[in-house]
Write a protein that binds this ligand. Structure first.
Ligand SMILES: Cc1ncc(C[n+]2csc(CCOP(=O)(O)OP(=O)(O)O)c2C)c(N)n1
Length: 299
């Protein structure tokens, strides 16, 4: 990624993070023009801050590849209560204010945006029908991959980037959802790019997949027929470059598989090992020190 793109993506990501944390916590004083005081803070908090930087990071990077490659793409988010992130990104790109004229892209609009989130008479903490462009309401964990494959079927030009929460991944529907790749026809269907968001926790408790060493997780996902690209770290500028490289690799592979299958035709089509991304943040290892008698390297 060029220095210019890096700076743009990073600024977008940090702005979206501010808008997410503001929606979760602030009742007033959105631009912090006054010293922060208790009456500016919401009395009851909803929305998961812990999932926000990861969801916004992927959204910012998808914007880059959509512009660079002129993609027809949709973003599906599975992790719990990630509503503030999608709303933040819609507000940043202007589509929110296009639909809701009373929430313009200025200080007044920002005050409404923050106050209305998960507040009586306002908007839910999940992506909901009110969110511009949404195709399905959130709330029950487990369906991101089923929706992603459903959106891609018979939609050959569509790329579906689907973020799977590591807590979400512990549900039965999501555990079976990995097999959606068996039904994806590279000739007539679009592509699904699953992105496993390994932020380590389901709200506050450790998740099973985040406690598996990278190699064991890699084996599991390969067993489901995916080709995982691992991105980890906790230094934003390094993670930006790694995620950009992984996205470019994944999209190049998808384009190659589709091109080859479409030139050969359905009769000769084989099932590609579609790429996916494992996004592990933070870098610190919280799992067991040994698995199967072998020390676990700090990934
Ligand atoms: C089927 C189902 N079970 C439980 C919940 C309650 N719940 C909401 S968010 C959440 C944790 C989700 O974890 P993860 O997907 O890792 O998201 P994150 O912790 O990153 O927000 C749980 C258990 C739910 N919404 N749906």
């Amino acid at each position: 990624m060029s220095d210019r793109d890096l700076a743009t993506v990073d600024r977008y990501w940090r702005a979206a993070n501010y808008l997410a944390v503001g929606q979760i916590y602030l009742l007033a004083n959105p631009l912090l023009t006054e010293p922060l005081s208790p009456e500016h803070i919401k009395p009851r908090l909803l929305g998961h801050w812990g999932t926000s930087p990861g969801l916004n990071l992927v959204h910012a990077h998808l914007n880059r590849v959509i512009s660079a490659r002129d993609l027809n793409a949709i973003h599906i988010t599975g992790p719990g209560h990630g509503g503030p992130d999608t709303v933040a990104c819609c507000w940043l790109d202007g589509s929110y204010s296009e639909v809701y004229r009373d929430v313009p892209r200025d200080g007044t609009g920002m005050a409404r945006l923050f106050r209305q989130f998960s507040f009586p008479g306002g908007v839910p903490s999940h992506v909901a029908p009110e969110t511009p462009g949404s195709i399905h309401e959130g709330g029950e964990l487990g369906y991101s991959l089923s929706h992603a494959y459903g959106a891609a079927f018979d939609n050959p030009e569509l790329l579906v980037a689907a973020i799977v929460g590591d807590g979400e991944a512990e549900t039965g529907p999501l555990a079976t959802g990995w097999h959606g790749n068996k039904f994806l026809d590279p000739v007539h269907d679009g592509a699904v790019l699953p992105i496993l968001h390994l932020n380590g926790y389901k709200i506050a408790k450790p998740t099973v997949l985040a406690r598996m060493p990278e190699r064991e997780l890699d084996d599991l996902l390969r067993g489901y027929g995916h080709d995982p690209l691992h991105v980890s770290g906790d230094e934003p500028l390094e993670v930006h470059q790694r995620l950009a490289a992984a996205l470019d690799t994944a999209l190049d592979r998808i384009a190659t598989y589709q091109h080859e299958a479409r030139s050969r035709g359905s009769a000769a089509a084989t099932r590609p090992r579609w790429p996916m991304i494992v996004l592990r943040t933070p870098k610190g290892w919280t799992g067991p020190r040994e698995v199967d008698g072998q020390p676990v390297e700090n990934t």
